[in-house]
Design a protein around this ligand. Sequence first.
Ligand SMILES: [Zn+2]
Length: 235
Amino acid sequence: MRVKRAKKNKKNMGVYVQIFGFREPYQMILDGNLIQVASMMKIDTWTSLPKVLQGQVRLYTTSCVISELRALGPDFGAAVLAAKKLERRRCNHEKPIGASDCLKSVVGSDNKHKYGVATQDGALRKHLRAIPGTPLVYINNGVVLLEPPSIETERRMKELEIQKTLPKKFEEPVLKKINPDSKIAAEPTRTFKKKPKGPNPLSMKKKKKDAPQKAAGAGTGEKRKREKADVDGGE
Ligand SMILES: [Zn+2]
């Protein structure tokens, strides 16, 4: 099971790396509830997150997360201490706001800073699934898990893959114009235009009209075919 999960995680992280430009160390923002659960279950986020994400990580939290943990009372004391050991990601909230809203604002509408979010908050994860290219981590039954890429992530992934192929097609005519070889490429298109413009279509129409009328003589038909061939060859 563990090997299978590791393979899945590697494949899923590959999406963020190859399509969304994520690079190690992966920046993970930890929510207070996950820090609390990890603390209670004695899960070391410093060792478990690199394992799940299969690469080096930088672990962040925000001042709002810490102040929310503090406000929850002494039961969350260990979590506060654990949170303080993480790097502080500036969130620009002078007055602390709810951790969920704070993390939403840090990730923003497009996660341009390429954060992953580790949270036990199902509603927050649901919100973040709508933002393409946002790795989501949570703890379930004492196991740290990476969510598979969301539907929105997959949708954006397909869009980006299509965009990657489009410039190549557009580049071709541009490159032909720039390249001296383009003259060679342009010539066949001219000859293609000449062929239909030539007398062939007209002559064919005339012959079609003639053919059924004089169809009785098989020999004449053969002669005409030869004539046609001569005309075609002469052009
Ligand atoms: Zn904040």
